[in-house]
Design a protein around this ligand. Structure first.
Ligand code: AKG
Ligand code: FE2
Length: 342
């Protein structure tokens, strides 16, 4: 096989010193007092002032990650998390929507995420909450979502959408069984030139994941947005799975929702090849209590191993935020610029 991959490049790991962790936590506390809840879009208006105040050494790491042309993920450990104050893991995302007990943890994640770019949410997920809760839900065991407990397959976050995030930021509040998040990157792909060129053509369909459609159907059954989301499901525009610089391409895929165009056998083969390559190089990353994992959503795909949920308040619990790659455009944004329209 013609190996056109770059050598696998390690992710960036950074462990906060006690002083850095305290510094971040103190700024988060001040931001909470001044800005309100990190669950709300308003928290982020004028947040730059607080982002500037987090320790310079943390900024340097985030800048190194953002400015790198090869790094795919950044791990930061040692963020202050107080699991007792956070409370038991809720039984559903609905239960967690109005729970303010994790505000301090959310504010720390919000400051780190905001240092990379503008954060946003989708109105179709967890009622537009800016920080989402990832936890296993009993009725969703089999779902390909942050609430399932079956293996979550390879995906670019919101891979179907042109306004998908550039970075996905996860913070661990609780992960007693050390259930791993999985990572696969463009640097790991060993593809033939023939497969590569097929993957660079608009010969693939990525449908919206059912979580968007499900939540929209439940809270806005007659909305224009639901109509558009259904249209994207029924009539998706063909897209390329590899794009950008030929030497350092970007990647876009959502394995359970991606298909080749009807009758395109070459595209079927190339799709199988890219999924196989990601799986060959799969890496496990445990997002444990106080760990932040930031994934470059253009260079890496992620998933999660299957696990045995507990449903007793001690389940795995992560917080998630999305960061845009370029300034949010008011023209394409919904009523509130930070909650994008589908
Ligand atoms: O639970 C995880 O580690 C990842 C979940 C995930 O992919 C998501 O919610 O987007
Ligand atoms: Fe995801």
């Amino acid at each position: 096989m013609d190996d056109v991959s770059v050598h696998s490049i390690p992710d960036l790991w950074y462990s906060l010193s006690a002083e850095e962790a305290d510094g971040l936590c103190t700024v988060a506390q001040t931001a909470l007092t001044a800005q309100g809840s990190p669950a709300e879009p308003l928290f982020y208006d004028g947040l730059e002032e607080f982002v500037h105040r987090i320790p310079e050494s943390i900024h340097s790491v985030l800048n190194e990650f953002r400015d790198s042309s090869s790094l795919c993920a950044l791990h930061i450990s040692g963020v202050r998390v107080d699991p007792d104050r956070c409370g038991p893991t809720p039984a559903s995302w609905q239960e967690a929507v109005d729970d303010g007990r994790q505000e301090l943890e959310e504010a720390q994640l919000a400051l780190l995420a905001s240092s990379l770019g503008e954060v946003f949410a989708w109105p179709t997920l967890q009622r537009g909450r800016m920080v989402q809760n990832l936890l296993p839900v009993e009725s969703d065991r089999e779902e390909q979502s942050g609430h399932g407990s079956v293996a979550l397959e390879w995906h670019t976050e919101d891979g179907f959408h042109q306004d998908r995030c550039r970075y996905l930021a996860l913070l661990g509040l609780r992960n007693l069984d050390r259930v791993p998040t999985t990572l696969g990157t463009v640097n790991d792909l060993r593809l033939t030139e023939a497969h590569r060129s097929v993957l660079r053509e608009r010969r693939f369909l990525i449908r919206p994941d059912l979580e968007h459609l499900r939540q929209l159907a439940a809270f806005a059954p007659d909305s224009e947005m639901l109509r558009r989301a259904r249209e994207m499901y029924e009539n998706p525009e063909p897209v390329a799975l590899l794009f950008g610089d030929a030497e350092a391409p970007c990647l876009r895929i959502d394995a359970p929702y991606t298909t080749a165009l009807a009758g395109d056998d070459e595209a079927v083969e190339a799709l199988t090849a890219i999924v196989d390559q990601l799986t060959r190089a799969q890496r496990d990353v445990v997002v444990d209590e106080g760990d932040v994992l930031i994934v470059d959503n253009y260079r890496a795909v992620h998933g999660r191993r299957s696990f045995q949920p507990r449903f007793d308040g001690t389940d795995r619990w992560l917080k998630r935020m999305s960061v845009a790659g370029s300034p949010l455009s008011k023209a394409t944004a919904g009523p509130d610029a930070r909650v994008l329209a589908i």
